[in-house]
Design a protein around this ligand. Sequence first.
Ligand SMILES: [Zn+2]
Length: 226
Amino acid sequence: MCAPEPLSAEHFCSSCRTPFQNGFPLDEEGRCALCRSGLRGFDAAYCFGGYEGVLRELIHLYKYGKVRTLAEALGGLMAQALPRDEAFDAVVPVPLYWRRRWQRGFNQAELLARVQSRRTGIPILKALRRVRATPNQAGLSNSERRRNMTQAFRCGGRGEKPLAGKRILLIDDVLTTGSTAAACALALKRAGARRVAILTVARVDRRMEGRRLAGTYSNSGETSEW
Ligand SMILES: [Zn+2]
């Protein structure tokens, strides 16, 4: 196995860091259409690599093979993607619905969040709850995914704005369409968070989709919800 490689692209959205084949989808400020529309919910997205090859195998071993000790190595890769000059007040893992958490025995995002918290000294805050299971997202369009997700997360804590003014580093293993991250970010902002950046090990690189056989990816039933 060769070492996983960081994601590289010549054209990135300046806000969500989505890689593009060329600069056409980006406006003068370098933002993609989703970020322009305000549908993103989060302010920035950082990830180590594309969800493919060795990195994808490692994430599968960790998540589905339940090799929890891989959290250290994957957390180390994630840390490389975090800008050194950005300050955060809390590290928040994307929660799993209780039934999923119980089936797997652990929340993959939470173990990764613990690694980030330990490395940075930023406290971990389990601010989010998943209040309903979200059906399998595979086969849904982006807007359907967003609708599906919007009401899935709640922010706990006392008072109306328990996260007032806080800068949140949201943690998940894979960024697929960003609909989970967006729903979490909206819940955090409703609770008063000032800024939400999502950090993941990998992201689905849309540039690869044309190269994959239609179906191998979308019919696999595999989404970040698992
Ligand atoms: Zn964008």
